[in-house]
Design a protein around this ligand. Structure first.
Ligand code: SF4
Length: 351
């Protein structure tokens, strides 16, 4: 298939079938950037309310840059991958401090911003500035692998490079932004992972996967990331209607979010074993059921312990962990991992 035949058919399909999404009505690089960061590893239906909330709260990159980090994390809460939210904030500050509040105008310059990888830089450069550089996401991998019968592993660096070059060789020079959005949308809605709509596909006659019945085998993804299970034992310490929480530090998941004091184990542990290991005796009022939470490379299994008393050993540990008391109203506003919010809601502490 010729380069233009592929581009024309996909863009023609896009013209007729694209979803009406707010970031498709703007060429404001701030809003395009915001939508791209929010939509990474997030479905459109889940990301849309977050996009609308961010745009409503911060109309410009200057407003976002000036916001307190806790507020940004709170608005992001529930989307996961919190390093993206921190990078979002850091990037806004850099655009304001280093570029006078105006996003840089080329792919290479955009790549220098925090949290902006080749995907986001290509999206902004092509959607806003018409620079012919291809955006390659999971949808693009799938469409190209199937249409052109590419068997390279999309998880390998060599495979990624191959697909990036292929997409750049196919891009429309006249309408690179439309081309990029068209291929992604085509992958999201038509050439889907399961049950692609081959019978009504404008590319069916030239699609290698369709001709050779390889839809289920393409794209090829060989690398598998091992999932680690972590067992977290949280201490819920109350003082009247207030709770002790701490702000999490860098170097682990949820940097900058708030949770309880916690002990971690690599396997399930009884309360008896747990206290024995830490060499203290604690009378316990309540221990919650298990709360499970899945992250990209980790499975978390948490229990929430409500001690009947706080002895001096525990007191010392809590102090060293930097716990502080927060009222119900404050806790509502703090950025928290979804796991913690779930417990607080179940325990009747939050609505
Ligand atoms: S024919 Fe099927 S596999 Fe090929 S591009 Fe169309 S939907 Fe995808």
């Amino acid at each position: 298939m010729s380069k233009s035949a592929f581009a024309n058919r996909v863009m023609d399909w896009y013209d007729r079938h694209k979803r009406d999404l707010p970031w498709r009505h703007t060429r404001d690089p701030y809003k395009i950037w915001l939508s791209e960061i929010i939509l990474q590893q997030t479905r459109v239906a889940q990301g849309l309310p977050y996009y609308l909330a961010f745009v409503a709260r911060y109309a410009t990159v200057k407003e976002l840059a000036a916001a307190p980090q806790d507020e940004v994390l709170r608005l992001w809460q529930g989307l996961g991958y919190y390093s993206r939210a921190r990078n979002l904030h850091a990037c806004a500050k850099e655009v304001v401090n280093e570029y006078g509040g105006k996003f840089p105008g080329s792919y290479q310059e955009l790549l220098k911003l925090p949290g902006v990888g080749s995907y986001t830089a290509a999206a902004i450069a092509s959607f806003v500035y018409d620079e012919p550089v291809a955006v390659v996401d999971g949808n693009v991998f799938r469409v190209l692998a199937r249409v052109f019968g590419i068997e390279q592993d999309i998880a390998s660096p060599a495979g990624k490079k191959f697909f990036f070059e292929k997409a750049n060789a196919l891009i429309s020079e006249d309408k690179p932004g439309i081309f990029n959005q068209a291929v992604m949308e085509f992958g999201a809605l038509h050439c889907t992972p399961k049950n692609p709509a081959c019978n009504s596909c404008p590319l069916a006659q030239m699609c290698v996967a369709n001709q050779q019945n390889l839809q289920a085998h393409l794209p090829v993804k060989l690398a598998r990331t091992k999932v680690r299970t972590r067992y977290l034992y949280y201490f819920v310490i109350r003082k009247g209607t207030q709770l002790y929480l701490r702000k999490r530090s860098p170097g682990d998941i949820w940097n900058g979010l708030y949770d309880f004091y916690m002990w971690e184990e690599s396997k399930p542990t009884t309360m008896q074993q747990l206290f024995k290991k830490h060499n203290i005796t604690v009378r316990v009022d309540r221990v919650s059921d298990e709360y499970k939470h899945i992250l990209s490379h980790q499975k978390l299994v948490a229990r929430f312990i409500e001690p009947a008393e706080i002895n001096t050993v525990l007191q010392k540990q809590f102090k060293a962990a930097g716990l502080k008391l927060y009222s119900k109203k404050q806790i509502e506003q703090l950025p928290k991992p979804v796991l913690i919010s779930r417990f607080l809601q179940d325990a009747g502490y939050l609505q």
